[in-house]
Every structure is written in C-alpha cells, then in structure tokens.
Design a protein around this ligand. Structure first.
Ligand SMILES: Nc1nc2c(ncn2[C@@H]2O[C@H](COP(=O)(O)OP(=O)(O)OP(=O)(O)O)[C@@H](O)[C@H]2O)c(=O)[nH]1
Ligand SMILES: [Mg+2]
Ligand SMILES: [Zn+2]
Length: 336
C-alpha cells in the first residue's frame, strides 16, 4: 500500500477496510495522480491548446475547476485522452500555482481585469520607432504592469530602418532597463533575432505593444517553424490586408529553453488593478528623488520633492511629466 506515500503501520491500519466496510477515501477525493503536466499555448473560446511532452493536446476545463480560468502560460494537469490525435479532447483538472501574473484592464475604470499571461518572467515592451509612432505613455503603463506583476521589463524598439531611436533612448536609455533596437534588414539577416535572443534564454517572455509594431514578425523570426507546427495557426487578415494577432500564443524556443508569448496589439493598457502608490516603482530614475517627499506623498502635489530633484538635473523633466500624467489618469479615472 503506497497510496499514502511513506509506508507506516498507521497507514496500513487506515487503508484497510474496517468492519463496517468503509472504503479508503480515494474515491471521495480523486487526486488525479495519473494526470500529465502540460503548458497552455493558446485559448480559443473554452478550448485550450496545451503542450504535453511534445504533443499538442486540445483540452477543456474540468467542471471541478469552477470559475477559475486557465490562461496562456499556465502549467496545468490534464487527464483523459492525451494522445493529441484529431478530434480528441482532454480535461484540465488542475491549474498549478502561478509564479507571476500579467494583468490588464481595458480602461483604468474598467472593473473587469484580464490576465494576459501567467508565469511570464519577462515583459518585452515592443515599440516601433515609426509606423506607428512611439507612445511613451503606453510604454510607461506597460512598465507599471511589469513591475506590479513581478516581470522583468525589456524594451524592444523596432523599425529603426524607418526612424532613429535617439529620442526614445534619451527617455528610456537612462533607466536601468535592458533594451534592443531592431530593423527590417536585421530581421532578414537574422541579427535582430540573435540580439533579442540574448535576453530570452531560459525565460518566459511575453511580447506586448500597440498593434502593428512588429511583435509577431519578431516572434516568428525567433521561432520560425513553431507557430505552424504546434497550432496550424494563421492570423486573421484585416480589412487592410494586414495579419493581426487575435489571441495570445506561447511558443517554445529551441535549445536554451524559454518561451516567447505573442499577444494581440493593445490600444491602451488599463491599470485599474494597480495601487497608485506602486506606480513610482516603474520610474526607477525618479524613485530615489522621493526620499525627500512628505509621508504618503502622491508625487502629484505641491510638497512633492520630485520637482526640486528634477530641477537639479537628476532626471529628465519629461519623465516626471509622464509619471504625473499617469498618476492623474489613474486617480481621476480619465480616459487615456
Ligand atoms: N519597416 C519595418 N517594418 C516592419 C518591421 N518589423 C515589422 N514590420 C512590419 O510591420 C507590420 C506589422 O507587423 P506585425 O508583426 O504584424 O505587428 P504586430 O505587433 O504583431 O501587430 P498586431 O498583431 O496587430 O498587434 C508588418 O507589415 C511587418 O512587416 C521593421 O523592423 N521594419
Ligand atoms: Mg501580431
Ligand atoms: Zn512626492
């Protein structure tokens, strides 16, 4: 009798049916000890595509999970048909504890918060240097979400063939945040993926950013065959003939390990779930300047020490403006 783990005399006694004929408790509380471990690659209306060993298994949530939803990046336990054959469906009986959660709300006053990806270690914030124009406010918001969700940020500036990175580097280069700049030519000769790849090994990296900045192009350059091999997935073509991503998709990197997660483009990154007092952590260039602030300073009030700190040249005034703007939209729940 090994059912209870370490064998002891007491186990023997308990697991033996007693005179009244009671059975051991295993029938009452199924533990799914035979369940297989899998990783959620993508979710499509209740159908979850999971990678189990090297098989792509379609699954749905078991009833016993209740309202808890599995999301891309989740480690799950599956039972049932795990063959990965066409028209088979496994059941997800357990969602393992998450190491991180990247959340977003549609707007700052939207009470409905969605989990973009679970278990990511790193957030690659993708910004095009042109077409579409960089949006520092969106970058700042993604940085807040990263710090709040426990993900390391990585800035990826794409399309340097269209515009130079100087202005953005002025704003963000001074932060202690790793960054990479890529261009069309470097995508074609492999330099772009090599350079980005240096930041990805062994990590689960989620790529986020505005629509059209080049997230999918980059992910495809990093894992050339995986999208088709694992999902047969082709993105929908928009009215303008462009392929836009409609759902998040996790893909494994070849040797070296790690995963990349492509996500649909966002217009804004609502932060309704983030406590305003935590926003400052996403501004590491300004944070030391708050040492002189009054207690519980909102950093958007007359006594805030940041004005003097910035005036002394310790940080870029544009960054303080960004912080205040973010705090204001967060607090007053204005649109963005
Ligand atoms: N000039 C130039 N164009 C690029 C570069 N990278 C991507 N593109 C183009 O930008 C367009 C959008 O690229 P996608 O990879 O689909 O962008 P996305 O971020 O995945 O967009 P969504 O899925 O809608 O969020 C495509 O036409 C790409 O060919 C680049 O470095 N330079
Ligand atoms: Mg895309
Ligand atoms: Zn302050």
């Amino acid at each position: 009798m090994r059912r209870y783990g370490k064998h002891t005399d007491e186990d023997d006694i308990r697991s033996r049916p007693n005179r009244k004929g009671n059975r051991p408790r295993t029938n009452i509380r199924p533990k799914h000890e035979d369940a297989a471990e899998g990783m959620v690659l993508t979710v499509d209306r209740g159908r979850l595509t999971c990678l189990v060993e090297d098989r792509v298994v379609m699954a749905m949530k078991a009833r016993e999970l209740g309202r808890k939803a599995a999301v891309v990046g989740d480690r799950v336990a599956l039972v049932g048909d795990l063959s990965g054959m066409k028209d088979t469906l496994a059941r997800i009986v357990r969602i393992e504890e998450r190491t991180s959660v990247l959340r977003r709300t549609a707007d700052d006053d939207d009470p409905y918060e969605r989990v973009v990806v679970a278990n990511a270690d790193q957030l690659a914030i993708v910004t095009a240097l042109a077409d579409p124009e960089p949006r520092p406010r969106l970058i700042d918001r993604c940085l807040v979400a990263a710090f709040d969700g426990g993900l390391e940020p990585l800035l990826v500036m794409t399309k340097s063939d269209l515009a130079p990175p100087d202005k953005l580097l002025e704003l963000y280069g001074a932060l202690d945040i790793p960054y990479v700049v890529t261009s069309r030519g470097e995508l074609e000769n492999g330099d772009a993926s090599d350079r980005v790849r240096e930041h990805l090994d062994g990590k689960i990296t989620a790529f986020v950013g505005h629509s059209g900045v080049g997230k999918t192009t980059l992910v495809n350059a990093l894992v050339p065959q995986e999208r088709r091999r694992l999902t047969g997935h082709v993105n929908a073509v928009t009215g303008r003939g462009r392929h836009t991503t409609t759902s998040a998709l996790a893909l494994p990197l070849a040797d070296g390990g790690g995963w990349v997660v492509d996500t649909p483009g966002v217009r804004s990154f609502g932060l309704a779930h983030v406590d305003p007092s935590r926003v400052i952590h996403a501004f590491p260039d300004l944070e030391p300047g708050t040492a002189g602030c009054p207690r519980a300073c909102s950093h958007d009030e007359p006594d805030c020490a940041l004005d003097a700190w910035v005036a002394e040249g310790h940080a870029d005034p544009a960054r303080l403006y960004s912080l205040r703007r973010l705090l204001a939209t967060r607090e007053r729940k204005e649109g963005d």
